[in-house]
Design a protein around this ligand. Structure first.
Ligand code: ADP
Length: 317
């Protein structure tokens, strides 16, 4: 009887040997180390882990043929079983792949295998304004003008294409090795049918949420202006305008438009732009096109920034 018992045991060990061989080609999340884009027949080698978001894990991907390096967003299909989740993913891809702008993360490809969905994107090696803000707390006015100019250019382009990002925040403002801004993560973005269109719903929790979204009054392009005001405030003053210990208290402050700009900390031009972007009434906020020509940008603005600004304030000579 011992002999008969040995057979299945032997089988099992063979099986596990086979399985460990498979493990050499796939990681614990079932992401292969060599990824094939069947449409373009491009082969990518999976490299360094870059970070994770709600659904996605992000890795460096190197094109075997050209050596070019990209960022690959990998979403397990097991998280996209509900039709609603699939539709949201489709919407993000459909919007993102229609965009081409110097300051928007370039979309290159979208494909899937049996386990995952893959999105190939322009690589932003210098993380985002989130990490820069964490290290630096406040950012100088010339640097802020440099970053905000690029953000506003990209947003003016988006709005002209009738797209609202709806989640502009420091963590979605990526940076490449040249310290250029690249707006990314179109997970909450939406397309407007026409200029008078109002969106009734927003599925998710934007970081810098506008009062009209909280109050479910219908919203439009002005929500991005609101978020831009919050970004500007946070960069210059080191903390977000409506920060409290809880989401409930923050929402209550937003509804009451309760924020304070400490006096003598920032220029009158910055003060004025923040105030106009954070108007409670959406129609009182400036448009992205108007902000492009704002006196805020008349102060000294560096043409480029060194990567050292990720950790220390620059000294403009
Ligand atoms: P999710 O949509 O699931 O929140 P994100 O788009 O925020 O996913 O990406 C998750 C993380 O991956 C980010 O926080 C960032 O660290 C990294 N990442 C995303 N896109 C890029 C990119 N283009 N270049 C470099 N890192 C990226």
């Amino acid at each position: 009887s011992k002999k008969r018992m040995n057979v299945p045991v032997h089988d099992r060990s063979l099986n596990s040997q086979l399985k460990s061989k498979m493990d050499l080609t796939k990681d614990e999340f079932n992401i292969p180390n060599v990824i094939l884009d069947p449409r373009t027949r491009t082969q990518y080698i999976k490299g360094k882990f870059l970070g994770k978001g709600g659904f996605a894990r992000c890795y460096e991907l190197t094109d075997v043929q050209t050596g070019q390096v990209f960022a690959g967003k990998v979403v397990p299909k097991s998280l996209l079983i509900k039709p609603h989740q699939r539709e949201k993913m489709q919407q993000e891809v459909s919007i993102h792949q229609s965009l081409r702008h110097k300051h928007i993360v370039q979309f290159y490809s979208y494909f899937e295998d049996e386990n995952n969905v893959y999105i190939v994107l322009e690589l932003c090696r210098r993380r985002s304004l989130m990490e820069l803000h964490r290290r630096r707390k406040t950012v100088t006015e010339p640097e802020t003008r440099y970053f905000v100019k690029q953000i506003v250019d990209a947003c003016a382009y988006l709005h002209e294409k009738r797209i609202i990002h709806r989640d502009l925040k420091l963590g979605n403002l990526f940076l490449n090795d040249q310290m250029e801004i690249k707006i990314g993560d179109f997970g909450l973005a939406t397309r407007m049918e026409n200029d008078n269109d109002r969106k009734r719903t927003l599925c998710g929790t934007p970081n810098y949420i506008a009062p009209e979204v909280i109050n479910k009054k219908g919203h439009g392009y002005e929500v991005d202006i609101w978020s831009l005001g919050c970004v500007l405030f946070t960069l210059l003053l080191g903390k977000p305008p409506f920060e409290t210990a809880t989401l409930k208290d923050t929402y209550s402050k937003i509804r009451k438009n309760e924020y304070k700009i400490p006096e003598n900390h920032i220029s009158p031009e910055s003060y004025s732009l923040i105030q106009r972007c954070l108007k409670h009434e959406p129609c009182e906020r400036p448009t992205m096109r108007q902000i492009v020509n704002d006196p805020f940008f008349s102060g000294f603005t560096p043409a480029t920034l060194p990567t050292s600004v990720c950790t220390v304030a620059p000294r403009f000579a």
